[in-house]
Ligand binder design. Structure first.
Ligand code: FES
Length: 146
């Protein structure tokens, strides 16, 4: 992922599913961390939709690099990347940037945490992964299973 600039997302495939790797800029991290937790259904990632090393607000090993399975937890559509604040078409004011599912309107922040009052019941899933170097991630294995 050496060409992945801050603010960009790349998609790879793992077990037939899209995996998003997101390089969050400092400003994106700040916007994500400052979301009022009452707007999120599971702000602290208490539902086990991620490995233990990826719990917490940003749901990742490194704050800037997010790794998510790009499948909506409602009925399996692939949400759209809407990283910019107040992006059009997401159906809310004060949008902090995130992912919007066009099928039934579920919304997720840039850490994959689901907002309240949408059909998706849980945060996006974080797959097991590990860093082999600063630029190389292995998805599907972590340090514990390696
Ligand atoms: S599949 Fe995403 S909102 Fe229904």
């Amino acid at each position: 992922m050496s060409k992945l600039e801050p603010g960009q997302r790349m998609t790879v495939e793992w077990r037939g599913r899209p995996i998003w790797i997101l390089n969050r800029s400092p400003e994106m991290i700040e916007r994500t961390e400052s979301i009022d937790p009452s707007r999120l259904a599971d702000a602290d990632s208490s539902v086990p939709q991620q490995p233990e090393y990826a719990d917490g607000p940003l749901r990742s090993i490194k704050p800037e690099i997010g790794v998510l399975i790009g499948i909506c937890t409602h009925l399996g559509c692939s949400p759209l990347f809407k990283p910019e604040p107040n992006a059009e078409g997401v159906g809310v004011d004060d949008w902090p940037g995130g992912f919007f599912c066009p099928c039934h309107g579920s919304r997720f922040d840039l850490a994959g945490r689901v907002f309240v009052n949408v059909p998706a019941p849980t945060n996006l899933e974080v797959p097991p992964y590990r860093f082999d170097s600063d630029d190389v991630i292995t998805v599907g294995e972590d340090k514990e299973t390696a």
